[in-house]
Design a protein around this ligand. Structure first.
Ligand code: GLU
Length: 486
């Protein structure tokens, strides 16, 4: 193996929302390149025109950028092997396919869709090896020329040896040997002028000097075909690492139905990119220092692709939520404000000072940036009038509560230094004088001050709100209860 710096790539298909699996594989590839002075490139695998979605490429790039994953070569930044969009590299694949035909490693197949369908139906009926029956392998050169001259559409197929076997060495899975009889004569180049995934990726990996192919495990069964293509094209093999797929809790391949898979979803929910990356790194790798929370520098320092685990990693959303909370709490208030602002979650009235004040009250319950507004509404928005219905069956009804709040307000107005130790005894004295139980006083207080029945501890809320706001909110609530119709 050469000692040159690694060249690695991801080759996502723009067929839908940016997938969390793309981020997973991108993380391993980009970290490996970065830590070893190598190059990480982004190539867009858009040759399957039936599944192509126009906005998907942009969304993939935007999500990767949001995650802080940067590529050295790609469709947007260019590079020595441009273009990096497979749909723009048609000639290269055509030439490669023709080269393989010329070398006797591939052949032209003129079978019609109808014939292939009949063939498959027959194979299904008697449970034979499902694959192309190699009918066109027997065509003579003259026959091929005649059919071409007649303008009959054709594909180019891989000519798999009929006997022997093909070995693949995977750095994670070890040696895999497949009998050639089990390998289909794969279509390499289609009649619509586009290559299939297999030819396009091998041709590009060769042209772009890819040294390590780190990709999802689902491609491992295709790799023997790729080895045959590499050989036919006279190119050295890269090292292969097939990374286990992310799993739903029931161990099935991660799917939309059971788990959110779109990176957009995680962004919209207010996950922090560094938390998501840390979580993803943990899915396939364990820090040698036994750390669960680590930054990308730690990961880059220790990560080696051969240490990727083979167990099917379960994508545990609860765990990710927890980890995100840890990351949010570690942000300095000014940084948190910036994150909230840039992702559109910052309440209008908030700034670093106010966020710093209110944060300690909600931090333990804050797991997602999107929860911030709801958790801190009591602070940044005026709760307004109390809805009488919210109070439930309290002693004295609305009028009684109005009196409680007015009296509590009057007592609190006399507090000199506005801190918990001063506020609490004053409230206690007022409560005793009013002959109210704790819930009888505290529930209306809580509603008046926060607009909700569940809030952080009320003394802390009072302190954070400050005396003026507390008195104003109590007065407003008392008035609204005294005149419920207004
Ligand atoms: N387009 C394929 C994917 O998104 C690329 C697989 C490969 O890396 O070879 O999974």
């Amino acid at each position: 193996m050469s000692e040159q710096p690694p060249r690695v790539r991801i080759a996502p298909s723009p067929t839908g929302d940016p997938h969390v699996g793309t981020a997973y594989v991108a993380l391993f590839n980009s970290t490996f390149a970065r830590a070893n002075g190598g190059t990480f490139l982004l190539r867009i695998d858009d040759t399957d025109r039936t599944r192509y979605r126009a906005d998907s490429e942009r969304a993939i790039m935007e999500s990767l950028r949001w995650l802080g994953i940067r590529w050295d070569e790609g469709p947007d930044v260019g590079g020595p092997h441009a273009p990096y969009r497979q749909s723009e590299r048609g000639d290269i694949y055509r030439r490669r396919a023709e080269e393989m035909v010329a070398r006797g490693a591939a052949y032209r197949c003129f079978c019609t869709a109808e014939r292939l369908e009949r063939m498959r139906a027959a194979q299904r009926a008697d449970k034979r090896f499902a694959g192309y029956d190699r009918a066109c392998r027997g065509l003579s050169a003259a026959e091929v020329e005649r059919l071409r001259a007649e303008g009959k559409p054709h594909v180019i197929r891989l000519l798999v040896p009929l006997d022997g076997s093909t070995a693949v060495h995977d750095e994670l899975h070890g040696q895999i040997v497949v009998a050639n009889a089990e390998i289909d004569d794969q279509v390499l180049f289609k009649s619509d002028g586009f290559p299939t995934y297999h030819l396009a990726n091998c041709a590009d990996d060769i042209a772009m000097g890819i040294t390590h192919v780190i990709r999802a495990e689902e491609w491992i069964i295709s790799t023997p075909k790729h080895v045959l293509i590499y050989r036919a094209l006279g190119a050295p093999l890269p090292r292969f690492y097939h990374v286990p797929l992310l799993r739903n809790a029931d161990k099935s391949k991660i799917s939309k139905r059971k788990n959110p898979v779109s990176l957009d979803y995680y962004r919209r929910q207010g996950y922090l990119p560094e938390a998501l990356l840390n979580f993803l790194a943990n899915m396939g790798w364990a820090s040698p220092e036994g750390k669960e929370i680590f930054d990308r520098e730690h990961f880059a320092r220790h990560f080696r692709p051969e240490d990727i685990h083979l167990g099917g990693p379960v994508f545990d959303l609860e765990k990710l939520r927890w980890m995100n909370g840890v990351y949010i709490r570690a942000l300095p208030p000014a940084e948190l404000v910036e994150r909230l602002r840039s992702e559109g979650f910052l309440p209008a009235a908030a700034d670093a000072a106010s966020v710093g004040r209110v944060l300690p009250l909600v931090a333990e319950r804050l797991h997602l940036l999107s929860e911030f507004e709801e958790l801190t509404r009591f602070y940044f928005a005026e709760p307004g009038a109390i809805a009488v219905a919210e109070l439930g069956p309290l002693k004295g009804g609305a009028a009684g509560c109005a009196r409680l709040l007015a009296e509590a307000g009057a007592a609190l107005a006399r507090v000199g230094r506005w801190e918990g130790g001063e506020i609490e005894p004053v409230l206690e004295t007022a409560r005793a004088a009013l002959a109210a139980s704790k819930p009888e006083l505290f529930m209306p207080l809580r509603l008046a001050l926060t607009g909700r029945k569940d809030s952080p501890p009320i003394l802390e809320v009072m302190q954070v709100l400050g005396k003026d706001k507390v008195l104003a909110r109590l007065a407003l609530a008392a008035r609204s209860l005294a005149e419920p119709s207004s």
